[in-house]
Design a binder for this molecule. Structure first.
Ligand SMILES: *Cc1c(COP(=O)(O)O)cnc(C)c1O
Length: 810
C-alpha cells in the first residue's frame, strides 16, 4: 500500500473522531482494526454520553440553586426504545457524529441499527411515559422518571409457522453504556412480618424479609439539549450480611427472618396489556419500586428543604395508572411512622403531592388485590388503607346524594365476594388530581368506573389528552418529510409543533403535493425493501399501505380488519373485472402469552396472508403481511410509510391511543371509530380528512344493554357471513379445519367487541377509502392537512397542561 498517498488522501480527523478513537481504546479496550460494530456503537454512545453528562450536571445544579419544584413520574413501564439516535438528534450533533464516524470508516446509521431496544414496557402506557420524559426535559422542567430496571423487558416475538413464540429479550447482553449504577442511592424495602405499637402510640413495622433497591440512572436529553433529566430505574440486590446486621440492630426492632430473592423482583416485565396480572410477584414489584421511589423523593426533599411538611410545594408525584398506587400508603407510612406526623396532616400532604392518571375502563384491567395477600405482604400498609378508607367513607356519609350502593363503590375495599383492595380507589382518594387521557375517556370515567367517587370529589377528575414527541415520531423517523416541511414553512415547527398549521395552505399547492408524494413513496420503498429482506415478500410501493400495528387485543379489533380482508379477497376473486385499488395490509403486534384468542388472531392473520399472497389470481391487488416483533424501532420504520392508519377499536374501549397520532403526523389518513383520541383527531383535521365509521360509545353501551344479537347481524350481511363461514370452516386452515371454529362461534354467540355490528359500516368505509385513493391529488391534500393539524398532539402540549393544571410548576 502506498502510505504517502493514503495519508494525503485521507481527510484530517475531527476532534470528535479523535475522542471516539480514544474512547474505543481506553474504555472499550479495542483498537480501530479489531473493533467490531458493537465496539463502535459502545464507543459512540460513551462519546455522546460525555457531552450529555456535562449538561446533566448543569441541569441538577440549576434546579438546586433555584430551589425548583420537581416532578416525579412513577411508572412500571418505560418503553424508550433505542437512545443513540434520539440523543444525537436532540443534541443537534447528527452531522458532526456521522462525519466523525465516516472518517473512521464507520456508518452511523449501521451502528444505530444494532443498538438494542430498551423495551421496558408493553405498549401505549409505557411509550407515553417515554414521550413524557423527553418532553419534560424539552420544556426544561426538573423531573425524574422512576421505574424498574427489568433484566428482561418485553419478550421478543418470533413467528413460527404463523404462531407467536415468545423468547426472552436479553437487552443487557452487551452491557448498557447509557446507565450509571448509584450504589450510594440504595434503600431497604421490606415485606411481610408484623406491626406492633407502643404506649406512646408509635407504630413499628418489623418486616420479615427485605431487599435493597439500588438506583440505576439513565440521562434523558431534551430537544436542543436544553436540559438533561434522570430516568431512575431500580434494581434489586440481596442484603449482604453486614447490612443485614445493621438493619437488625437499627430502629426496625426485631430481626429479619429472610431475604426476598432479589433478582426475581426485577427479572421480568409482566407481559400483560389491558389485563391485570394478579400475581403476588407483581404486587411485590409494585411495592418494591414504589417504596424505593418514595423513600428517595422524601430523602431528597429533606436534604434540600429540611422540612417534610413542605413536600407538596417542592414535589409533584404522578402515578402512571394504578401500578404505583401503593405509593399513597407508602408516603403515609413514612410521614406517620418515620416523621411523626398526625394522620390528618399526613393525609393532606399526601393528597397535595399525588396525581393519578387512569388508562383504562376495562373492568378486567382494574387492579385489585386479595385482602389476605395484601395484608400478609404489607401489614402496615393494610392498616393505613383501612384508616384512609374510614376517612373517605366518613366524608361520603356526610355528602349529599350518596346512598349505600354508592358507599360500596367508593370503598377502597371491594366487599363483593372475596374481599379485595381496589388500587384505583386508593389512587383516586390519595390524589388531588385524577386525569383521563382523552376527552371521551375522561367523560366515560365520570359516568362509569368513578361515577360515585366523582360525585364525592367533583373537582378531581380532569382531562389530559395524550401526546407523542415529534422529535422521535417525526424528525428522527421521517427526515424526508421533516426537510420538506422545513423547506415549505421554515423552522418554527421544530420548536413548536403547533406551528405545523402553516403547512395547511400547501395542501392546495400542486408542486408541494408532488414532493410530499415522493417522500411518502421513498418511505414505502424503504419499508418494502426491509420486508423483502426479512420476510421474502415483495410489495408494490404504489399500493395503499394499510397499517394496523399495536398490541393484539380483541377490543382493538384486528379481527374486524382480518375478516374484512377476507371479504375483500372474495370480492376481488368474484369480480376481477372491477377497478380494484391495490392494497397492502400490514399487521404487527404482540399478544400477551396467556391470551389465547389474541394468539389465535395472530395465527389467523398469518394464515390469511399465506393464502392471499400465494394466490396468483389476485396478483398485486392484495398482499397481507404480519411483521414479527413489533417494538418502538419497528414502529419508527412503519409509521412514515403508512397511507392508512387503522384505529378501529370498539367505541368506548380505547382510552386514547397514541399510534393514531404518530400516523396522522406522518401523513396517513385514519380509518377509525369515534373512540379515544380519534374523536379529537377528527376535531383537528376536520371531517373531510378522516374516515370515521361505526357505532359510537353510547350506541355500543345501548346495544349491550338492549340485548345485542350478533347472529342475526351476521346472517343479515352476505359479505360478513361468507367471510366468517369461510374462516370457521377451515378455508384458511386446511391443515386444521377446526382451528377458528371457536373464535368464529364467539362472534355468533356474544361478540362482546361488536365486530359484526360494525362490519358493514367498516367495509363501506374501506370502499370509500378506495374511492378517495383514486383521486390521488385529493388524497395527498388530505394527508398534508393531517400533518398540518395534528401538532396539537405533541407531548409538549400534554406536559404543558400537566405542569400548569396538576403539578403547578409553570
Ligand atoms: C405508540 C406505540 C404503541 C401504542 O400504540 P396504540 O396504537 O396507541 O395502541 C404501542 N407500542 C409501540 C411500540 C408504540 O410505539
Amino acid at each position: 500500500m502506498n502510505v504517502t498517498a493514503l495519508a494525503t488522501s485521507a481527510p484530517p480527523r475531527s476532534p470528535l473522531a479523535d475522542r471516539l478513537v480514544d474512547n474505543l481504546i481506553h474504555r472499550i479496550g479495542k483498537d480501530e482494526r479489531a473493533a467490531l460494530p458493537h465496539d463502535w456503537l459502545a464507543a459512540t454512545i460513551l462519546t455522546v454520553r460525555d457531552d450529555i453528562i456535562d449538561r446533566w450536571m448543569a441541569s441538577t445544579r440549576e434546579t438546586h440553586a433555584a430551589k425548583s419544584k420537581r416532578v416525579y413520574y412513577l411508572s412500571l413501564e418505560f418503553l424508550i426504545g433505542r437512545l443513540l439516535r434520539d440523543a444525537i438528534a436532540n443534541l443537534g450533533k447528527n452531522r458532526e457524529v456521522s462525519q466523525a464516524l465516516s472518517q473512521l470508516g464507520v456508518d452511523l446509521a449501521e451502528i444505530e441499527e444494532i443498538e438494542p431496544d430498551a423495551a421496558l414496557g408493553n405498549g401505549g402506557l409505557g411509550r407515553l411515559a417515554a414521550c413524557f420524559m423527553e418532553s419534560l426535559a424539552t420544556l426544561d422542567l426538573p423531573a425524574y422518571g422512576y421505574g424498574i430496571r427489568y433484566m428482561n423487558g418485553m419478550f421478543r416475538q418470533r413467528i413460527d409457522d404463523g404462531w407467536q413464540v415468545e423468547l426472552p429479550e436479553n437487552w443487557l447482553a452487551h452491557g448498557n453504556p447509557w446507565e450509571f449504577e448509584r450504589r450510594e442511592s440504595a434503600y431497604f424495602v421490606g415485606f411481610g412480618g408484623e406491626v406492633t405499637g407502643n404506649d406512646a402510640g408509635q407504630v413499628h413495622w418489623k418486616p420479615a424479609e427485605a431487599v435493597e433497591a439500588v438506583a440505576v440512572d439513565t440521562p434523558v436529553v431534551g430537544w436542543r439539549g436544553k436540559r438533561v433529566n434522570t430516568l431512575r430505574l431500580w434494581t434489586a440486590v440481596s442484603l449482604d450480611p453486614i447490612k443485614l446486621d445493621k438493619f437488625n440492630a437499627g430502629d426496625h426492632e426485631g430481626a429479619l427472618a429472610g431475604q426476598v430473592r432479589a433478582e426475581s423482583l426485577v427479572r421480568v416485565l409482566y407481559p400483560a396489556d389491558s389485563t391485570a396480572s394478579g400475581q403476588e410477584l407483581r404486587l411485590r414489584q409494585e411495592y418494591f419500586f414504589s417504596s424505593a421511589s418514595i423513600q428517595d423523593i422524601v430523602r431528597r426533599h429533606i436534604q434540600y428543604f429540611g422540612d417534610v411538611r413542605t413536600l407538596p410545594d417542592k414535589a409533584a408525584i404522578q402515578l402512571n395508572d394504578t401500578h404505583p398506587a401503593v405509593s399513597v400508603a407508602e408516603l403515609m407510612r413514612l410521614l406517620i411512622d418515620h416523621h411523626d406526623l398526625a394522620f390528618d396532616e399526613a393525609w393532606e400532604i399526601t393528597k397535595a403531592t399525588f396525581g393519578y392518571t387512569n388508562h383504562t375502563l376495562l373492568p378486567e384491567a382494574l387492579e385489585s388485590w386479595p385482602l389476605p395477600l395484601f395484608e400478609r405482604l404489607l401489614p402496615r400498609h393494610m392498616q393505613i388503607v383501612y384508616a384512609i378508607n374510614a376517612r373517605v367513607l366518613r366524608e361520603a356519609r356526610k355528602a349529599d346524594g350518596i346512598d349505600d350502593e354508592a358507599i360500596g363503590a367508593i370503598s377502597l375495599i371491594d366487599e363483593g365476594g372475596e374481599r379485595r383492595v381496589r388500587m384505583a380507589n386508593l389512587a383516586f382518594a390519595g390524589s388531588h388530581s385524577v386525569n383521563g387521557v382523552a376527552a371521551l375517556h375522561t367523560d366515560l370515567m365520570k359516568q362509569t368506573v368513578f361515577a360515585d367517587l366523582h360525585k364525592l370529589y367533583p373537582a378531581r377528575i380532569n382531562n389530559k389528552t395524550n401526546g407523542i414527541t415529534p422529535r422521535r415520531w417525526l424528525f428522527e423517523c421521517n427526515p424526508g418529510l421533516t426537510h420538506l416541511i422545513r423547506d415549505a414553512i421554515g423552522e418554527e415547527f421544530l420548536d413548536d409543533a403547533a406551528a405545523l398549521t402553516a403547512l395547511a395552505p400547501f395542501a392546495e399547492d400542486a408542486a408541494f403535493r408532488e414532493r410530499f408524494a415522493e417522500v411518502k413513496r421513498a418511505n414505502k420503498v424503504a419499508l418494502a425493501a426491509h420486508i423483502k429482506d426479512r420476510m421474502g415478500l415483495r410489495l408494490d410501493p404504489d399500493a395503499i399501505f394499510d397499517v394496523q400495528i399495536k398490541r393484539i387485543h380483541e377490543y382493538k379489533r384486528q379481527l374486524l380488519n382480518i375478516i374484512e380482508t377476507v371479504a375483500l379477497y372474495d370480492q376481488i376473486r368474484s369480480h376481477p373485472e372491477r377497478n380494484w385499488t391495490p392494497r397492502v395490509k400490514l399487521f404487527a403486534g404482540k399478544a400477551a402469552s396467556s391470551y389465547h384468542n389474541a394468539k389465535l388472531i395472530i395465527k389467523l392473520a398469518n394464515d390469511v396472508a399465506r393464502r392471499v399472497n400465494g394466490d396468483p389470481s389476485i396478483g398485486k391487488l392484495l398482499k397481507v403481511a404480519f411483521l414479527p416483533n413489533y417494538n418502538v424501532s419497528l414502529a419508527e420504520r412503519i409509521v412514515p410509510a403508512a397511507d392508512l392508519s387503522e384505529q378501529i377499536s370498539t367505541a368506548g374501549m380505547e382510552a386514547s391511543g397514541t399510534g393514531n397520532m404518530k400516523f396522522a403526523l406522518n401523513g396517513a389518513l385514519t380509518i377509525g371509530t369515534l373512540d379515544g383520541a380519534n374523536v379529537e383527531i377528527r376535531d383537528h383535521v376536520g371531517d373531510e380528512n378522516i374516515i370515521i365509521f361505526g357505532l359510537t360509545a353510547d350506541e355500543v353501551a345501548a346495544k349491550r344493554a338492549d340485548g345485542y344479537e350478533p347472529r342475526a347481524v351476521i346472517e343479515g350481511s352476505r359479505e360478513l357471513a361468507q367471510a366468517v363461514n369461510a374462516i370457521a370452516s377451515g378455508v384458511f386452515s386446511p391443515d386444521d379445519p377446526n382451528r377458528y371454529q371457536g373464535l368464529m362461534a364467539g362472534l355468533y354467540e356474544h361478540d362482546w367487541f361488536m365486530v359484526a355490528a360494525d362490519f358493514d359500516a367498516y367495509a363501506a368505509a374501506q370502499r370509500q377509502v378506495d374511492a378517495r385513493w383514486a383521486d390521488r391529488d385529493a388524497w395527498r391534500a388530505s394527508a398534508i392537512r393531517n400533518v398540518a393539524q395534528v401538532g396539537w398532539f405533541s407531548s409538549d402540549r400534554t406536559i404543558g397542561e400537566y405542569a400548569r393544571d396538576i403539578w403547578n410548576v409553570l
